[in-house]
Design a protein around this ligand. Sequence first.
Ligand code: NAP
Length: 338
Amino acid sequence: MTLKIGVIGTGAIGREHIHRITHTLKGARVVAVNDFNPEQAHAVVDDLGLDAQVYASGVEVIQAPNVDALIVTSSGQTHEEFVLAAIDAGKPVFCEKPLAVTAEGCRRIVDAEMQAGRKLVQVGFMRRFDHSYRQLKQALDTDTIGAPLILNCVHRNPQSPSADFSGDMALTDSCVHEFDVLRWLLEDDYVSAQVIQPRKTRLCNESLQDPHVILLSTRAGIHISIESFVNCQYGYDIQCQVVGERGTASLPEPASVSVRHAAKLSSDILVSWKDRFMDAFDIEFQEWVDATTQGQMNGPSAWDGYVVAVTSDACVKAKHSGQIEPIELPGRPAFYDR
Ligand code: NAP
């Protein structure tokens, strides 16, 4: 069976996912698209040679009778409306992060999905599908280093990810991937957050605080430090070291040729998140297509999207209060047990 997909939002990542489904993955094809900008939607259909209809609105894509499942890659503030409409139509929906721009909006999606009585929503937290994070998780799950005690994490971009990157977006837009993957890695939840604002780099927009250091504590008492530095200049660099009772385990570096030349030993550092997580995106979507075709939903859930939103809200609060702020989550509903 071929899963027939409707895509809402044909901007940068929407176009990439359509390309991925059309040219890399198996078992799915894009049959319907919409974008706020119809010329752009038509251009994507033409450029990628799709046999797909361009609809005038996202809701029409959701309601199209030949659409089995949805991908929402429109701007973040539109996600809640489209995810709720997909749930209402009883259709599986893959939503790029954020699930909604507020924790309350994420909660409305959680409630609607539980009301619908079956899991329909997956959120685009692709790091869970990355080979190196999966290897690190395996080392923890097999008890290689004993119980985790401390995590030292780094999230560095060469330059701010977009021209409008401002204010608290390091916490609400880029670190959301850290917040999701670390609780997945540890199978634990956060209980408090503190945000430290070190000396600012001069090499970015003056109004931006960069870097940040985010300190999280978990229910099990694990201490997590995340350095977020989105104008580090030198590359896209993601690191994660877990300190356990009997040893440490670190995220493997992306493979690169090691060069010994002119009295120097060197290897490459990637510069783009797309290159770093290209394979993870492919695996994420192939697994979603396969599971959806079998009537299942196994990836990051609406509940995970909600937890990340609560966590980033607490981090924003902690940044502005200068205090350690609690991260208060209701118990996970049994509906979201795996
Ligand atoms: P983008 O290039 O701005 O694309 C978003 C597209 O959605 C634009 O073409 C926009 O049109 C369109 N749009 C806005 N409102 C719409 C509506 N009501 N109905 C239909 N289309 C609408 O942004 P992007 O970089 O692709 O990002 C899209 C989403 O993916 C964001 O939420 C972003 O956070 C997420 N993302 C996730 C990752 C990841 O690592 N998982 C990476 C990149 C992006 P206009 O430009 O005309 O407004």
